[in-house]
Write a protein that binds this ligand. Structure first.
Ligand code: PLP
Length: 288
């Protein structure tokens, strides 16, 4: 594990932040989760671009430009040296007085943690993850747009609590009109009669880096794929359902509110995409 905070490497015991950081006090900040495969940082420029888009939306000025931040993340990852790991990058509003006003915080804080992560037990990768549809609606795009990967994940936390208490592992979140948005830490896809479909971001989905990788792979494999509007019915009646995310990677879905897609086993389209994803990791150009 390697931890870098505002210019200094720290061990886990010393890796602390101020109680006056507005990231802690108000969830005022952003984060990225980034994978390292085979010693290479995966899609780093895309993650940094998304972080900067979020920063612009929050009027939060990163302490360096995108190129410098990419270089810094590469440096911290190289110092850690692990071939397979996960980077958590945080940009917080920084220290300020107790009031909410972000303009009282003179200096944002930057944190880079290189560690490992496992979102779901191994059996879910083989048999599929059980989902419920949560009663907790995704934040509306006119409140906290879910495209902002902010440090405030309470909306997702509440949905995950509902899933776990209901005996499932993960929750699908709908938007206020009842359309499918995404899960608490992953994007969602369905396959129906050979066509892959996923919810448009305006329904409250993060513009996932893994989602765009999967879209690219589907195009390369000439599998029909479309961005659309989906309802619970589309999930219940799909031939296949699967999730994507940096932490989760590609995960098949075993059931949604007790309805198993297809024959209840990971489907052929999912398998094809998973194989293509693993094959592509051998190609350094796939990482850019
Ligand atoms: C709410 C949410 N949706 C989707 C994703 C997947 O995005 P990505 O593939 O960029 O990790 C994540 C993970 O970062 C997430 O937290």
């Amino acid at each position: 594990m390697t931890i870098w905070i505002d210019g200094t490497y720290r061990n886990a015991e010393q890796a602390t932040v101020s109680v006056f950081d507005h990231g802690l006090l108000y969830g005022d900040g952003l984060f990225e989760g980034i994978r390292i495969y085979r010693g290479r940082v995966f899609k780093l420029a895309d993650h940094i671009r998304r972080l900067f888009d979020g920063a612009k939306a929050l009027l939060l000025e990163p302490p360096m430009d995108q190129a410098a931040l990419c270089k810094l993340v590469e440096e911290v990852a190289a110092k850690d040296g692990a071939a397979e790991s996960y980077i958590r990058l945080l940009l917080t509003r920084g220290k300020g007085p107790l009031g909410i006003d972000p303009f009282t915080c003179p200096k944002p804080s930057l944190i880079i943690i290189v560690d490992t992560i496992r979102l779901y037990p191994q059996e879910f990768y083989e048999q599929g993850v059980p989902l419920i549809i949560s009663s907790v609606r995704r934040n509306a795009v006119d409140s906290i747009d879910p495209r902002i990967k902010s440090l405030n994940y309470l909306n997702n936390v509440l949905a995950r609590i509902e899933a776990k208490r209901g005996g499932a592992q993960e929750a699908v979140m709908l938007d206020h009109a009842g359309h499918v948005a995404e899960c608490t830490g992953d994007n969602i896809f369905i396959v129906k009669q050979g066509v892959i479909a996923y919810p448009a971001s305006h329904h409250g989905a993060l513009e996932g880096i893994t989602r765009s990788v999967v879209i690219g792979l589907a195009n390369k494999l000439k599998l029909p794929i479309k961005e659309t509007t989906l309802s619970s019915y589309d999930l219940y009646t799909a031939d296949e359902v699967f999730l994507t995310g940096t932490g989760a990677e590609l995960v098949p879905v075993a059931s949604i509110d007790g309805r198993a897609p297809g024959n209840g086993k990971p489907g052929p389209v999912f398998q094809q995409l998973l194989t293509a994803f693993h094959d592509a990791l051998a190609n350094p150009e796939f990482f850019l």
